[in-house]
Each structure stands twice: as structure tokens, then as C-alpha cells.
Write a protein that binds this ligand. Sequence first.
Ligand code: Z5A
Length: 209
Amino acid sequence: MSDKKSGVFISLEGTEGAGKSSNLAFIKEFLDDNGKDVLVTREPGGTPFAEEIRELLLSPRDEAVCENAELLLIFAARAQHLQSLIVPALKQGRWVVSDRFTDASFAYQGGGREMSFDTIHQLERLVQGSLRPDLVILLDLPVELGMERVAKRGTLDRFEQENLEFFSRVRQAYLARAEQNPPSYAVVDASKPLSSVQDSIRAALERLI
Ligand code: Z5A
């Protein structure tokens, strides 16, 4: 994949109850106000075909889903998303904000499911070439607090049905990624009130602009 781009690519990440949905609109509004042409999208999903894969991945089911099948479906959706939406938008100079991207694969499949990080790196290279987010905003909070926040949700999807240990591994994997490459990450304390979380996000975006 050609990764020549003139736009800016941001991903928003976090564990359960971190507040991604609550902060996406804020990010879009801030960038709009700063005159940026913004595309907001999400993973898994973002295109009709990739959204169908999302449905497959998230639906609770009786059949145990093989870990490799899950990982390959996630990257299949990502390949489609990149080719039909993200890369063209970046080439047009747009600011793309994705609700989750490949860090989620390292965190959920690598950390949570304890799959090989090498395999994920290989798929990342295959599907993305050298394309990586310019900034990953990681909303970090203790797993117990996140689970309290989402406890009121009705039906749980296939990932939300996992236990505390799973989400603790996810959190550690996210934090380890951020530690390995600090310039590309803004780690935000998402246990604070929303206004304070948004102050930190605003500061990270101002640095990028
Ligand atoms: N997945 C994967 O395994 N591998 C991959 O590569 C990718 C994804 C890309 C779907 O993601 C699943 O896909 C995801 C990982 C997997 N599974 N999980 N779990 P998703 O992003 O669509 O699903 P989600 O994690 O459930 O995200 P969400 O719906 O955006 O939820 P959220 O981050 O928890 O955010 P929220 O709904 O904005 O906040 C939750 C509640 O907390 C809500 O009541 C808010 O009002 C409250 N809140 C938020 N912020 C605050 C603060 N600061 N103070 C107090 N209360 C707050």
C-alpha cells in the first residue's frame, strides 16, 4: 500500500468505559474549529463491508471463535477500511480520526488473548505498509472503574463479556505500547472528570497542530 499522505491520522484508544464515545465528538469539534477537514471513522468497521465484519466479530455466539479467525477478520476489515476510506482521505489532506485502530489489536488480541505480538506486527506490515497513526490518544483508567462505568449497559458484545484479568492485560499492553514510543502517544488519565480529560486531549491536539 502506498502510504504517501499529506493528511494527519489520529486514533483514539482505551479499555472499557474509558470514554471514547464521549470524547470523539469533542475531538471533531476542536479540529473543525481549527479549520481542519475532518473524517471520523471507527474500527472494526468504517465501510459497509468492514461494518459487516464488525457485526460478525462483536455478536455474541455459542460457537467459540478461533483466535486466528478473529485476528484475521480484524485485519481484513482494516485492509478494506484503509484502502477505501482512510488512505484516500489522507491523500486529500484530511484529518482522519479513527475510534480504535491497530493499537487495539496489540492490546486486545496481543494482550487480552495473549496472541503473538510478532504475528500482529507481520499483519500490520502486510496491511498497512509503513502507515501508522501520527498520534494515538490513549484514554487510560483502572479497569475496575471502567467496568463500573459500563455496568449499566444492556446486552454485552463478545468482547465486553471478557473478565477483569482480560481487560487488565489489555490495559497493560496499551501502556507498554505508549512507553515504547512516547512521541506518538498522548496518554490521558481518563479517571478524571470529563472536563479535565478534554483539557488533556486539547493540549495533545494543539501540539499536533
Ligand atoms: N477490537 C479488538 O479486539 N481489536 C481491534 O483491533 C479493534 C477492536 C479495532 C469494539 O470496540 C470492540 O472491538 C472492542 C475491542 C475490539 N471491545 N471492547 N470492549 P468499540 O470501541 O466499539 O467498543 P467499546 O470499547 O465498548 O467503546 P465505546 O462504546 O466507545 O465505550 P467507551 O470508551 O467505554 O466510552 P463511553 O460510552 O463514552 O463511556 C462509557 C460511560 O462512561 C458512559 O456512561 C460515559 O458517560 C461515562 N464516562 C465517560 N467519560 C467519563 C468521565 N471522564 N467521568 C465519568 N464518566 C465518564
